[in-house]
Design a protein around this ligand. Structure first.
Ligand code: NAP
Length: 270
């Protein structure tokens, strides 16, 4: 397991859900953690959480859907903290409605936050990693980036995008023969509140994941330079299920109840 002592770890969306838990875990391990988010109260609370434990957590306001804001915030991080060692692209949003019920602005925002932002943060921080021949890019995608689900058209599209971005970047880095590492994370639903109301038909095979455990497994995967983390591992079956004829594939996904998981989605209460 690699050490993150005094390493700079930047987590987008590090003020809530699994991002927050990962931030505290990395800080506990001696890393200098920078979190980005929009909610000023949540940002203040993160810095306070770091201070109260004697750990380094710097919380910065940055809307990752705003390309100029990402580049500005990245410059500030480099000036004030130094080059980023581990970049965790974690910020995410979900609309949670069928395509015709999702306003255009929500669709555009989902793609901007869940997909496009990965490009801006990578362009901001990867050059330093390449120059130093060390670093780690982590993408929090989703099981919905492996399988399209009713009620998640924009979200699934954005996470398939995240998956594709991540795989291509990994190939680019391999071709460059750099020591920069990558980790792709594809979790099923997690109990953070983002997907409040979702139901799973076979909880033994496809449980709603616990946020604390999920975040800690992601941290461990990063420390072990693991390439791919799919949670729960049953979700990996989707890769080979795709070899079935389309009707059999659809029937299996329907039987597993995956296509009905969003039927009672409410999302996080504001
Ligand atoms: N929860 C699940 O079931 C699940 C399953 C699979 C994958 N994932 C993925 O895992 C990641 C974390 O999910 P979570 O459940 O922990 O989410 P969460 O609890 O809703 O937290 C999302 C974080 O993203 C930040 N964020 C949202 N929009 C942003 C923006 N435009 N700019 C900067 N920060 C922004 C939020 O902070 P502010 O609101 O303050 O900006 C918050 O800190 C996401 O990428 C999500 O898609 C989640």
């Amino acid at each position: 397991m690699k050490s993150v002592k005094d390493k700079i770890v930047l987590i987008t969306g590090g003020t809530n859900g699994i991002g927050r838990i990962m931030a505290l875990d990395f800080a506990e391990r001696g890393a200098k953690v920078v979190v980005w988010g929009r909610n000023p109260e949540a940002l203040r609370e993160m810095e306070e959480a770091g201070r109260s434990k004697g750990r380094f957590i710097k919380a910065m306001g940055c809307d990752v859907s705003d390309r100029a804001a990402v580049y500005r915030a990245a410059d500030q991080v480099k000036k004030e903290a130094g080059p980023v060692d581990i970049l965790i692209n974690n910020a995410g949003v979900v609309s949670g409605a069928t395509i015709l019920d999702t306003p255009d602005e929500k669709i555009a925002n989902t793609i901007a936050v869940n997909t496009l932002a990965l490009f801006w943060t990578t362009k901001a921080f990867l050059p330093d990693m390449l120059a130093r021949n060390e670093g780690h890019l982590v993408t929090i995608a989703s099981a919905a980036g492996i399988l399209g689900v009713t009620g998640l058209a924009d979200y699934s599209a954005s996470k398939f995008g995240a998956f594709g971005y991540h795989e291509a970047i990994t190939m680019e880095l391999q071709k460059k023969k750099t020591a920069v590492k990558t980790t792709l994370v594809c979790p099923y639903y997690i109990d953070t509140g983002m997907f409040e109301g979702v139901k799973t038909r076979f909880p033994l095979l496809l449980p709603i994941l616990k946020s604390e455990n999920t975040a800690r497994r992601i941290v461990k995967a990063v420390l072990n330079n693991r390439r791919l983390l799919v949670m729960p591992s049953f979700v990996r079956n989707i890769f080979w299920l795709r070899m079935l004829p389309a009707s059999l594939f659809d029937g299996t996904i329907g039987f597993l109840g995956i296509n009905s998981t969003m039927d009672h989605f409410t999302g996080r209460k504001q």
